[in-house]
Design a binder for this molecule. Structure first.
Ligand code: AMP
Ligand code: ZN
Length: 468
């Protein structure tokens, strides 16, 4: 039995799909005005584990991920600038070029982290007409009013508004001074359609609508893109915890207003990745880490996946380069062990009772609200268990990796590619010696490298290290 923590009911619940054997998931995707950082990736990884666990349990998964290429403003209060328009000015490109560039970069990063690709990618700009239709329905039902800067949802008309909040009475804006558009009736009201500003730079993306030329609100986009592909209600909607108070609350409100139904049955949220001392990753402070930065440090991006696996998705997680280095060592050890079992396995060895117990323990962990840290601990128990044969260990780890996604099946290549830090240092020293034409020193360093079980080859592209 698979249990998931549902933000809506604030408890772990058995997962009961709408259609037997199938699971529909919507995950809020990136706003493609810049690179996704490893904090964003932590949320996407939790969603990837969810998908893999559903598949491990035999469900046929349909995963829809959107690409927000319009309407996500720099402020959650509907007052800031469109992130895409801002990105276009920064990069001196069209908004379409910016969206395309960062979409490709995002997909490349997902690949490096061994994500299972969504079944459906959908862009906000491809559903503008449907968004206008949704706003019309809400207007007919009396939930909408128009003010000078856009079309707004009247949250006071929906008694269930805010049902996703951890504390139902909580008014997120109570006591907080917020910049409110002129004419907005309630602080929680939100924009469904914004009019193109009359002053300032002309927007590159804008569309005609029954209310005026403008662009859709971010919350409306996600309602349309999810329901268009998954129906209403659908099974699971995910995102980071920062989306509970505003973005997801406002998605639910629209689905209820337009369809008179719950938007979906399970809402799942992953906690944040932070830096030491609770510091947020912020581009302006230069504290943002990208997948590319990991690659540039000659580390395996999957070490980041391994690191994320060490903390339950509903707990805050602190990032440091030292912890990533330890994760890299842990992952390499797992690869080494796996290769050892692979070499020693024998065909046709039966799967014993002990192996079954390990598999059950692993399944219990993942089915207990995605307890990946516990599942990873089970994998190490398998490695250490003296009663299991190499074949059993090999097949168990291969099976667990359907959920982990650590690429154990490709471990051989990865293990060989990994050059240890001390060898890298020696290679640099040898490079300097060769530049200084100090051949004796170069030979001496080669011997040192060989004493660590590695060798170096001089190729036209430079030195190449390989295992002896
Ligand atoms: P955004 O592009 O801001 O909508 O973020 C994309 C996803 O990453 C959303 O699901 C956010 O909730 C999530 N997210 C943003 N920052 C972090 C972080 N530091 N740690 C974990 N998830 C994050
Ligand atoms: Zn969304």
């Amino acid at each position: 039995m698979l249990k998931l923590y549902n933000t809506l009911t604030r408890k772990k619940e058995e997962f009961k799909p709408i259609e037997a054997g199938k699971a529909g998931i919507y995950t809020c995707g990136p706003t493609v005005y810049w690179y996704a950082h490893i904090g964003n990736m932590r949320t996407y990884l939790f969603e990837d584990f969810l998908k893999r666990i559903l598949r491990y349990n035999g469900y046929q998964v349909k995963h829809v991920m959107n690409l927000t290429d319009v309407g996500h403003l720099t402020s959650d209060e509907d007052t800031g600038e469109d992130k895409l328009e801002k990105g276009a000015r920064r990069d001196n490109k069209t908004v379409w070029e910016v969206a395309d560039f960062y979409t490709q970069a995002f997909k490349r990063d997902l690949n490096l982290l061994n994500f299972q690709e969504p079944e459906v990618w959908i862009k906000a700009t491809d559903t503008i007409n449907e968004q206008i239709e949704l706003i019309k329905v809400m207007e007919q039902k009396g939930f909408v009013y128009v003010i000078s800067d856009g079309v707004y949802f009247d949250t006071s008309k929906l008694s269930s508004y805010g049902k996703l909040w951890p504390n139902k009475k909580m008014d997120i804006r109570a006591g907080v001074r917020v910049e409110m558009a002129e004419g907005k009736k309630n602080p929680t009201d939100f924009a469904l359609w914004k009019f193109s500003p009359k002053e300032g730079p002309k927007r590159q993306m804008e569309w005609d609508s029954p209310w005026g030329v403008g662009f859709p609100g971010w919350h409306t986009e996600c309602v349309v893109m999810s329901i268009k592909n998954l129906g209403v209600p659908f099974d699971i909607h995910c995102g980071g915890i920062d989306h509970i108070l505003i973005h997801h609350t406002n998605e639910i409100a629209q689905a209820e207003a337009a369809y008179g139904k719950d938007m979906c049955n399970y809402w799942m949220h992953g906690d944040f990745l932070i830096l030491k001392d609770d510091v947020k990753m912020a581009k302006s402070d230069g504290t943002v880490v990208l997948v590319e930065d990991i690659v540039n440090k000659n580390m395996n991006p999957l070490a980041y996946r391994y690191l994320v696996m060490g903390v339950h998705y509903r707990k805050k997680m602190e990032f440091s380069w030292e912890s990533l280095q330890s994760a890299q060592t842990g992952l390499n050890n797992l690869y080494e062990k796996f290769l050892e079992f692979k070499e020693n396995k024998k065909i046709g060895v039966p799967f014993g009772k002990k192996a079954e117990q390990h598999k059950n323990k692993f399944t219990e962990a993942i089915n207990d609200d995605l307890n990946i840290p516990q599942a990873l601990a089970s994998a190490w128990e398998v490695v250490k268990d003296k009663e299991l044969s190499s074949s059993e260990k090999y097949y168990l780890l291969l099976d667990f990796d359907k959920v982990f996604g650590l690429g154990l099946d490709k471990a051989e290549r990865k293990a060989k590619e990994e050059i240890p830090e001390n060898i890298k240092k020696l290679l640099e020293e040898r490079q300097t010696a060769r530049q200084n034409k100090d051949w004796a020193k170069s030979d001496e360093i080669r011997k040192q490298i060989q004493s660590f079980g590695w060798d170096v080859e001089d190729t036209p592209e430079g030195q190449k290290a390989k295992k002896l």
